[in-house]
Design a protein around this ligand. Sequence first.
Ligand code: PEP
Ligand code: MN
Length: 342
Amino acid sequence: LILKPCERRVMIIHTKESANIDRVQQLAKATQSVLLQKDERYILVTPSKMQNPPSGFDVIIDQFWPMSSDLQLGSRAYLNQTREVALGEVTIGGSTSNTIVIAGPCSVESENQIRESANFMKSLGITALRGGCYKPRTSPYSFQGLGLEGLKLLAKMREEFGFTIVSEVRDATHVNEVIEHADVIQVGAKSMYDHGILRACAKTTKPVLIKRGFGTTLQEFAQAAEFVLSGGNPNVMLCERGIRTFETKTRFTLDLCGVAWLKEYTNLPIILDPSHALGYRYGISDLSKACVAMGIDGLLVEVHPDPSAAKSDAAQQLYHDQFSELLTAITPVAKAVGRNIV
Ligand code: PEP
Ligand code: MN
């Protein structure tokens, strides 16, 4: 491997299984690396400008990958396949061709409401139920979510129906509550720069769904995932949910070009959220077909038993019959691109 001297290279190093821990620590210190343990070996993620690992450590090094940017553990240059992530009984990524549908209301509003959603999702075979309890509202006067009471209602739905529960974190004050009660930790678009949240998510092994901020570049998005991956949690998924453009007729603009980039350069499962991108019910089904045609790992859709009465995101949540139709509509599209809707 020949590198131009001026090129900035960072590096991932895998040690041999037999590597002496003192030597590993010396190498980590010499390269100022983040050190991770995976099975019987260590992984060092270096921030240093290096063309080769420092000399004298050959005996403990198994493999190394020079990289051109700080997109490291999440990059295809390191692992050229989509990481496998288990969402309850359903696995996405890896050698599967699964596209999981995550659905449910924007917010958990009451026991009756979430039970009605749960009953309906169960009847359609949906395994992942979403519902926010800490809502990142634009106004302090809008409904802020039920907090812990909502998380307990979701946990009840898991016990009664067997769902995988997806719920969002708004800030670091309640991140551990969400980690305790939910099965998948959703990091909100407005919260994905919060290192307190990302570092707390790194300490669990529960899957983390990071939503892209609406003013976030793809590089920054992928690097938010690095905070979780480098802290020891390999179960990270990226969710594109629309970015802000000059357009005002739609709430945001779903960045499918960005999805192509993420598929090409990152190894993380990709979930698409057409609901927050469009912001209106009318086109969610068409947009979902376009999303599924991209060969993605998951689709996240907001559905409410009575959208007109919803306490948040009322204009975009689907009526139950609309969601049934959506599922029927995306199934042949998934099949056409070699995917299974699960
Ligand atoms: C949500 O999923 O309800 C939500 C608030 O999403 P985002 O963080 O993408 O705005
Ligand atoms: Mn919402």
